[in-house]
Design a protein around this ligand. Sequence first.
Ligand code: IMP
Length: 191
Amino acid sequence: MDIVFATNNKNKLKEIRNILDKSINIISLEEIGCRDDIPETQDTLEGNAAQKARYIYEKYGKNCFADDTGLEVEALNNEPGVYSARYAGEKCLAEDNIIKLLKNLEGIENRKAQFRTSICLIINGEEFFFNGDVQGDILCEEHGIDGFGYDPIFKPLGYEISFAEMDMKEKNKISHRGKACIKLAEYLNKL
Ligand code: IMP
């Protein structure tokens, strides 16, 4: 079975291909010739994941799925949430987002946060959602150089190291996206 994953992110493609049966062929946006800037204008993760998946399904008529992730910080009313990628402004760097987040948390004792991922799958026009989350704390400074985004300042609950200090395989086992991908894979592997 062919399914389009609405992404060109090589890490995400590798991650999902690793946990799916070989009978499911994951196709990237590049492989279907889609170079569009797919709109992500909703104010929830679920809404954005659905918006991206529907865009592909409607334009290409192919079974597909899309994901959206946000970091929710308790003391900041769950910000940056759906705006995690552009917290410090449109086209900002991950480093700018980290600096802004650490500044906004200066002097605040409650460092609790969670990453949440929502995946929307569309099969023959029917929509299914798969979610994953991981709880943790925002560190006061950056630790580690691996990973991406907010990894250097996120310490998952029960660990003494940040996501950026963790081996990728270990991170995928406990991460928001890893958990959502496993649920998606369990569903697809049964089809
Ligand atoms: P996306 O929806 O997967 O593109 O994620 C949106 C933003 O959330 C990214 O630009 C990152 O800033 C952040 N993010 C998503 N997943 C992770 C992660 O696993 N670690 C750190 N930051 C992440």
